[in-house]
Design a protein around this ligand. Structure first.
Ligand code: NAD
Length: 435
């Protein structure tokens, strides 16, 4: 199949490279010239495990190409995927569809009959209908519009794309279904379930999935607060409930609240869809509130651990990206944490294994350390914000040795209280016994 991918970000680039790896002919398009020039010179715009090798091998085989020119990119394509960003609109949290509609208008000028347009971006219910209207208004006929939401996780994006739990396709006509089945055939030969449904249902499925995962995270975070109040251990509670098949162990890790490029904006967008439909979604609304409050409260934990005042104190921060194995800083919990600490007069020295370049665009007035021990050097407190693997086996004696104070605030429950205390550190975890 010949595929065009409009938008070469986390989703577009990974999807494009994986489709090419299945043997399809893929052209990835982006209006960001620097990104395309970089890709044409073998430079990845994002950090994602395994991506560089996958992109290079498929580009070398002539199956994957990159262009800024939409006309050139969609020429001869049987399917055109739209994978542009759909950020939260400032002010109301509605999904901002400017990039999607702009791409569709550009596409309308060059698309040929028989092509299937597929939204891979996360878009609110009814966006497929809007795209159809735009195409029709531009005089385009005999083009199908389908929805194929993406469920990959950054940090494990290639494995997720190649071994998905399911593929969701929302298509209103036979031709779109057949084209998408053919594109994904290599996957369902490996028995990945493909769910073919209506377009609006597919659009909503993506939001429902992300909202449910956000609910799970906020739920265990609230249980963690209760654990601190009643002297129970949230790690054991999570295991105790997660072993129940009806609940499952994933997304039950208490921590600093969810961030990233999806959950925060997608929960807000779902609420907007619900409001427009006159339906109150109380669970999701409360989840958003719980998470916002939680992220804002993380700095207070550090302040409390340091005796109520961080003015003039030095805080080492381990991990800046919103989760491990990515350099994505969008809505990362490290942002409100560090911002508040700086406001209260703390000095911050931070280390992240890959997100430094992105983080430099976000933070002013912090020091970037070259490794975890350098971040801890002369620190009054050390805070683990992102649970990178390389933070899981730190030499705690060495850390305690280089620190000025001895406070370890472990927002990801990476260490046990006993081992931290053995190294002479005062340990503050999340939801692990009386605070
Ligand atoms: P991103 O910001 O990394 O990439 C979007 C790209 O689209 C950018 O490179 C931008 O320059 C490009 N673009 C915008 N308008 C364009 C146009 N008219 N023509 C060509 N290129 C254009 O975004 P992302 O993280 O890849 O997310 C894309 C979509 O996928 C969003 O709707 C998101 O919600 C969804 N999604 C993201 C993830 C994730 O983990 N990042 C997972 C599942 C779904």
């Amino acid at each position: 199949m010949r595929i065009a991918m409009i938008g070469t970000g986390y989703v577009g680039l990974v999807s494009g490279a994986c489709f090419a790896d299945f043997g399809h002919q893929v052209c990835c398009i982006d209006k960001d010239e620097a990104k395309i020039d970089g890709l044409n010179n073998g430079k990845m715009p994002i950090w994602e495990p395994g991506l560089e090798a996958l992109v290079k091998s498929n580009a070398e085989r002539g199956r994957l190409s990159f262009t800024k020119d939409l006309v050139e990119g969609v020429k001869g394509a049987e399917a055109v995927f739209i994978a542009v960003g759909t950020p939260a609109r400032r002010g109301d949290g509605h999904a901002d569809l400017t990039f999607v509609f702009q791409a569709v208008r550009e596409l309308a000028k060059v698309i040929t009959p028989g092509t299937v347009v597929v939204t891979k971006s996360t878009v609110p219910v009814g966006t497929g209908d809007e795209i159809e209207k735009i195409l029709r208004a531009e005089g385009v006929t005999e083009v199908s519009v389908a929805s194929n939401p993406e469920f990959l996780r950054e940090g494990a994006a290639i494995a997720d794309f190649k071994h998905p739990d399911r593929i969701v396709v929302g298509a209103e006509d036979q031709q779109a279904q057949e084209v998408l089945r053919e594109i994904y055939r290599p996957l369902f030969l490996n028995r990945a379930p493909i769910l073919i449904t209506g377009r609006r249902t597919a659009e909503l499925t993506k939001y429902a999935a992300n909202a449910f995962l956000a609910v799970k995270i906020s739920f265990i975070n609230e249980i963690a607060d209760l654990c601190e109040a009643v002297d129970a251990d949230v790690q054991d509670v999570a295991r105790g409930i997660g072993l129940d098949n009806r609940i499952g162990p994933k997304f039950l890790h208490a921590g600093p609240g969810y961030g990233g490029s999806c959950f925060p904006k997608d929960t807000l967008a779902l609420l907007q869809t619900a409001t427009a439909a006159g339906i109150d979604q109380r669970i999701v609304r409360t989840t958003v509130e719980v998470n916002d409050d939680r992220k804002a409260a993380m700095a207070d934990r550090v302040v409390r651990a340091l005796g109520g005042n961080v003015g003039g104190k030095r805080v080492g921060v381990l991990g800046l990206a919103f989760k491990p194995n990515t350099d994505d800083m969008r809505d990362a919990p490290s942002i409100p944490l560090i911002t508040k600490l700086l406001e209260q007069g703390a000095e911050v020295s931070a280390f992240d294994p890959v997100a430094r370049e992105q983080a430099e665009k976000v933070f002013n007035g912090i020091t970037f350390a070259p490794d975890a021990y350098a971040a801890a050097n002369e620190a009054d407190a050390l805070v683990i914000v992102t649970e990178w693997d390389e933070f899981r086996a730190l030499d705690l004696d060495k850390l305690a040795g280089v620190m000025r104070g001895k406070v370890l605030v472990d927002l990801r429950n990476v260490y046990g209280r006993d081992e931290a205390e053995e190294a002479g550190l005062t340990y503050f975890g999340v939801g692990r016994g009386a605070a």
